[in-house]
Ligand binder design. Sequence first.
Ligand code: WTA
Length: 664
Amino acid sequence: MTTDNQDHSAQTEIYQPPARLVNPEGGREKPWVSSMAEYEAMYNESINEPTKFWTRTANEMLTWDKPFTHVSHGSLKEGNMAWFPDGQLNVSYNCVDRWAMKDPNRIAFVYEADEPGQATNVTYGELLSQVCSLANVLSSFGLRKGDTVAIYMPMIPEAAVAMLACARLGLIHTVVFAGFSSSSLAERVADARARVVITADEGLRGSRPIRTKAIVDEAIQSCPEVEKVLVFRRTGNESVPFNAPRDVWWHEAVAAQRPYCPPVPVNAEDPLFLLYTSGSTGKPKGVVHTSGGYLLGAALTLKYVFDIHDNDVFCCTADIGWITGHSYVVYGPLALGSTSVIFESVPTYPDASRYWKLVEDHKITQFYTAPTAIRALRRHGDDFVTKCDLSSLRVIGSVGEPINPDAWTWYNEVVGGSRCAVVDTYWQTETGSHVITPLPGATPAKPGSATFPFFGVELAILDPTTGAELEGNDVSGVLAIKRPWPSMARTIAGDHKRFLETYLKPYPGYYFAGDGASRDADGYYWIRGRVDDVINVSGHRMSTAEVESALIGHHAVAESAVVGAPDELTGQAICAFVTLKDGFEANDTLKSELVKEVRTRIGPIATPKTLILVDELPKTRSGKIIRRILRKVVAGEADQLGDLSTLSDPSILEILIREVSLSL
Ligand code: WTA
C-alpha cells in the first residue's frame, strides 16, 4: 500500500481553485461548476432526484435512436442493474457522426507518433470515413451484432478506429494491452471467444519495434476460433509474418469498401466492450461495460472533471489497453466532440521533455497522466519542464494509484505553474469513469486526497470486519458505493457468479471496491490502497495469484508467494518468494530464469523486481501461506507482525527477515 499520505488528512494545506480558472479573462467561458455550492446543488440533485438528473444529462449528452422512458432498474443487492433499459443508440454515431455532420474539419485526434516532429491530425470527417470503411470490412468477415473482436494494437489512431468500427456494428471489442505476452493474449482471446483479431505489423516505442503481429501469431496457435487477423501496416517491416487468407492487410481491405456504413442501433444495455483486469485469483476477468450508461459516464465525467469547452485539446497519456485509455482517450473526448491527443511514444524519448514538448506543440489545455510518470519525470529535474511553454494548460490530472503529496506539489507547481487545477481522480476498470474526484473550478484540493464523490455516486466507508457503515467524519475502513451508477460494470463475461462474489456479496447491498479508504474531519476521501491480493505497479493492476501461477509453471518451483513491496518510483513493486523442488540448487542463474519465466508468461509489466529463494514459506498449521507476514517483512515492518499464533513454525521468521534484508 502506498501509505505516504496516511497522516496528512485534515491538517494538510488546502489549495483553492486557481482564480484564472474560476474567473477567466479574455472571453473564455467560466468553468461548468465554479463553486462548492454549485457542486453540492448538482450532487444533491443527482442523489435525491436521480430520475430527473439522469434523464436530463442522458438527453443532453447523448443522441438516442429510441428515447428511453425508464432511467434505471435493479439493485446492488440483486446484481441486476440496468440503465436506460428501453433506450437505443449507437456509440460510434454519438462519437463520430454527430460532429462530422456539423463540422467535418474539426479535429478528432492529434496523433503524436513515436518519432518527434511527425504529428498528424485526424478530422471528424476523416474519422467517419475510416470507421465506416473498417466497419464494412468487419461485416464482410461475417461479423454481426454481439460477436467479439480482439484488438492488440499500438497507440495509433487506427486502434480507436477499430474500437469505433466495432461499436458501429454492435460488435463487442476487447482491447488487450500490446505489452502483454502471447500467452496472456491467448487467454483473453479464448475467454472472449473472439473470431477476429485486429493488430499492426509492429509497434514502435522509443524507437524500439514491438513485434505485435508475431505475438498474435503465437497467441492464436491455441485459439482455433480465430478466423481472421486484420493487420494495419505501421512500420512496413517486410520480415513480419503474413499468412493469407487468414491474415488480411488493413489498407487492402478498406480500399475495397464504401466509406459509409449505417450505424446499427443497439440497446443501451447491449455490451460495448470487455476489458480484462486482474482480480484476486489467477484468471483475469472480462469486465463487461454496456453502451448507454458507460458512454454517459465517460462523457459526463470528462466534461466536468476536466472542464472541457469548445476548442480545448485534451491529452490523456494512458494506453488504450487500459480503461483510462478507453474512457479518456477515445470515448469521453469523442462523445463531447472534443480533440484528443494519441501519444504513441514514451515520456523519456528522446528525452524527459517529451510530455512537456507535446503540451507546447499542441497547446494542450488538459493533461492527464499517472503518479508513476510524475515521480519518474520529477527525478530528471525541473529544467526539462520549465524550458517548455506550458501556458495553455488549465487542468492537470492524476490517476491509477494514490499520489503522494510531494509528487502532487511538484506536479502543481512545476508542471501547472501553480496556475492550474490538479484533479486526483479515483476510479477503476469496473467503475467505468471517475467516482471520487475534485472539480477544477470548485473543489479546494488537499494533496493526496481524491476529495469528494462525483455526481450520482453515493459513498460509504465500512468496517471491514462487521460490514457496518461508519457514519460521520474521521473514519477509516473499506470503500464501498451504496447505489448503482450508469457506467458501472454489469457483469464478468461468462461468469456472473464471480461478479457477484467479487463486488456485491462481500457487503450485501454495497459495491465493494477492494480499496481501503478514510474520510477525514472535513469529509475528504483518502484512498489507502488495495485491501485484497491485487498489487498496483505503476498504476497497473496485477494479481498476486497470476504471478504465482506463472512461477509455479516453471519446473524447478515448488511453491511461490507474491506480495507488493513499497517502491518509490512505481508505488508498489512485485516481490516474489519461491521455494524450489528437491534437487534444484538456489543460484542466480535460476533466479533470472524464474524472472524471465514471468515476463514471457504474462508480460514485462509483471516482472518481479525482487525474487527471493527461501527454504520455507510462512504457513498456518493447515498449510495456508500467510502473505500478511511477507507483506510486513518486505515493508520493513517486521516488528509489527501482529498475531502469529496461527503460524506453524515460528522459527522460520528470523531466517525470512534476514533473507529479505539481504535481497531488498
Ligand atoms: C487504484 C484505473 C488512489 C485503486 C482507473 C483502484 C487509485 C485501482 C486512484 C483501479 C487514485 C486508481 N487514488 N488509488 N486517484 N486511481 N487507483 O482498474 O487501488 O486499472 O482500485 O483503473 O487503482 O485500477 P484500474
